[in-house]
Design a protein around this ligand. Structure first.
Ligand code: DP6
Length: 368
């Protein structure tokens, strides 16, 4: 048998309305719906080269060149479901690479599982709804199965069949909306999302109120904000939801501290900047770690980068900004920077990735 092979890529996504807490650990069913933006694969993606031939006697996975076990419930669930649905049982070889530093503490599992499920579905020529399969790898991975603005519907069925993601608006809907990822730390997080949310479900009295009474309305409001391309409303809802997620982390026993001193400085900077501008020009959101993801419109990117560079002076001048911008100009610095009330913090930010909204998984090559 000749080698059959595919190469595919899948994106990272950032939740604006967060998923935190499961109602079923095994099926990975969330307490609440969530909504994310898919980031441009130009800056952040996982690429998989997957092949099969008669010489392969067992499944194997490498991530960035290093061997990785497939013998975990999450991988096994994805592989078994894909095999059952396609009726294909040949063994596969998977080489997975990230185009961004894995050590940067950026959500690589969402892109990783989305890419695994998409590339195997291509190899097995399986044409069906795939987000529910990716969800079994990692909850947030189901949202990486689509581009643009994506909602993961909580669903109501106990078998999880209706807990799927779908595209709310396409990647072209709001091209002025840009994203700056401020990499604060490249340390591995102290408590993983999976363990952290388990602890919150067990101990936080606030988590159910959030899931039942706050998120449903917030999802409606943010969809309206996106449909109207209303930046102020989008940024405010995103910041409130990030803060509420971290409030639940604090309401957890023992508490989960994902933000650090630099994250708090970034939060202050964003609010002071918006005050100085007398309009909302920046929004932030933080996942289970100290790195910030800022929302900004294209016309303000240069000014914001100049402010970040001023408040977080760097020893990494050459590569401080990567992606759609790769330099910072002091001439873009506004006169009011000194009245932002934030004390400069040397090397608080390691580097900044300038990206935008992008497409869902892509088939790059196939030979079947
Ligand atoms: C804070 O999807 O990593 O990033 O389902 O256990 O794999 P598991 O968790 P994961 O959790 C992501 C949590 C979050 C918020 C979000 O992406 O919605």
């Amino acid at each position: 048998m000749t080698r059959r092979e595919v190469e595919c890529s899948a994106p990272v996504n950032i939740a604006l309305i967060k998923y935190w807490g499961k109602r079923d650990e095994n099926l990975i069913l969330p307490l609440n719906s969530s909504l994310s933006i898919t980031l441009d694969q130009e800056e952040l993606c996982t690429t998989n080269y997957v092949y099969t031939d008669t010489a392969i006697s067992q499944d194997s996975l490498t991530i960035n060149g290093l061997p990785h076990s497939l013998d975990t419930p999450r991988y096994l669930s994805c592989l078994q479901t894909l095999r059952q649905l396609s009726g294909r049982h040949e063994r596969v070889w998977i080489e997975s690479t990230n185009n961004f530093p894995t050590a940067a503490g950026l959500a690589s599992s969402a892109a990783g599982f989305a890419c695994l499920v998409y590339s195997l579905a291509q190899l097995f020529q399986l044409d069906c709804e795939l987000s529910a399969i990716a969800r079994r790898g990692s909850g947030s991975a189901c949202r990486s199965m689509y581009g643009g603005f994506v909602e993961w519907k909580r669903g109501v069925l106990s078998n999880g069949e209706d807990s799927i993601a779908y595209q709310v608006f396409s990647e072209d809907y709001w091209p002025e909306l840009q994203v700056l990822i401020l990499v604060v730390s490249d340390q591995k997080k102290s408590v993983s999302s999976s363990h952290g949310m388990q602890r919150s479900v067990k101990t936080s009295p606030l988590i159910n109120t959030r899931a039942e009474s706050i998120v449903p309305e917030r999802i409606q409001l943010i969809k309206t904000a996106i449909s109207e391309r209303n930046f102020e409303s989008l940024a405010k809802l995103t910041m409130m939801d990030s803060n509420q997620f971290h409030a639940i982390c604090m309401d957890t026993l023992p508490p989960l501290f994902y933000l650090n001193e630099v994250s708090h400085k970034i939060i202050n900077m964003v609010h002071r900047y918006n005050e100085q501008c007398s309009e909302v020009r920046l929004g932030y959101t933080f996942d289970a770690g100290p790195n910030a993801c800022l929302l900004v419109q294209k016309q303000h990117v240069k000014q914001v980068l100049a402010i970040i560079h001023y408040l977080f002076p760097t020893s990494n001048e050459d590569k401080f900004v990567i992606g759609k911008s790769n330099s910072v100009s002091p001439t873009d610095l506004p006169a009011f920077v000194s009245s932002l009330g934030v004390t400069p913090h040397k090397d608080g930010i390691k580097y900044v990735i300038h990206t935008a909204i992008g497409t869902g998984p892509k088939l790059l090559k196939k030979n079947l």
